[in-house]
Design a protein around this ligand. Structure first.
Ligand code: B12
Length: 211
């Protein structure tokens, strides 16, 4: 990994927003691929924070400070992965499921999707099945993307799919799911498609759209 990406990762870990912004700007100027800045810099740092959080070495405030630093870096990259003139290739409704407040990964997926030419309608966090179904009726999207980061909230993905089936909408929208506790097996079991990260999510969306 190049030195600058390593530094970005370290500064996300330390929550140094100003430094992250400076380093991301520098990496862009040096022609570093955007994908590498995201994956090997920003996400690598956030993953490390995740590990420390798991081990009880850091707590919620530190995690949020790191997330803020990561988001500041992402903001700089946003214009580079989005091309306003591209004709939209599909519409995606995204939501973090009921009871779950995690949205960093979902936003990242949304951003990459936008960059690939999709229109994103992000419903936010803690969204119950009924609200998702309402949104499907209202926006008539090609795809629905649900995110869950807790083992306890994952079940809401299943509930949402059941509610979609009951409303006769399941056949009209392809469902994608993701988030740390979600597995390909679980996705299959509930009738959804799985992808493990933001880059793979774009590939999956394109496949589902037949692109
Ligand atoms: C940041 C974070 C928080 C932040 C969230 C801030 C925010 N705005 O999102 C805060 C501090 C608020 C938080 C709170 C809590 N958290 Co938390 N959190 C994390 C942490 C450290 C990082 C998550 C993250 O953002 N990762 C970076 C992003 C880029 O990765 P990602 O989310 O996995 O997303 C990628 C993929 O999963 C995928 N993806 C994600 N969504 C989707 C959707 C689709 C459609 C697709 C295709 C793909 C996809 O693509 C993304 C990009 O590559 C994780 C640890 C971890 N290792 O995941 C714990 C973690 C998820 N949290 C955990 C817990 C327990 C909690 C709390 C209950 C803690 C508490 N006691 O209060 C609360 C619950 C709050 C709630 N009701 O939701 C546990 C969950 C354990 C479990 N299995 O259930 C984890 C795993 C930590 C741990 N090991 O203990 N947390």
């Amino acid at each position: 990994m190049s030195k600058i990406l390593e530094q970005i990762s370290e500064n996300v870990l330390e929550g140094q927003t100003k430094k992250v912004v400076e380093l991301v700007e520098q990496a862009i100027n040096e022609g570093c691929p955007v994908k590498d800045i995201i994956n090997e810099g920003l996400i690598a740092g956030m993953n490390e924070v995740g590990e420390l959080f798991k081990e009880g070495e850091v707590f919620v405030p530190e995690v949020l400070i790191s997330a803020k630093a990561m988001n500041a870096g992402m903001e700089l990259l946003k214009p580079l992965i989005q091309d306003g003139d591209v004709k939209k290739i599909g519409r995606i409704v995204m939501a973090t499921v009921k009871g779950d407040l995690h949205d960093i990964g979902k936003k990242l997926v949304g951003m990459m999707m936008e960059g690939a030419g999709y229109e994103i309608i992000d419903l936010g966090v803690d969204i119950p099945p009924e609200k998702i179904v309402e949104a499907i009726k209202e926006y008539n999207p090609d795809l629905l993307g649900m995110s869950a980061m807790l083992t306890t909230t994952m079940v809401s993905m299943k509930d949402t799919i059941e509610t979609l089936k009951e409303s006769g909408l399941y056949e009209k929208v392809k469902v994608m799911v993701g988030g740390a506790p979600v597995t390909p097996n679980y996705a299959e079991e509930i009738g959804a498609h799985y992808s493990g990260d933001a880059t793979a999510a774009v590939e999956l969306a394109n496949n589902l759209m037949g692109i």
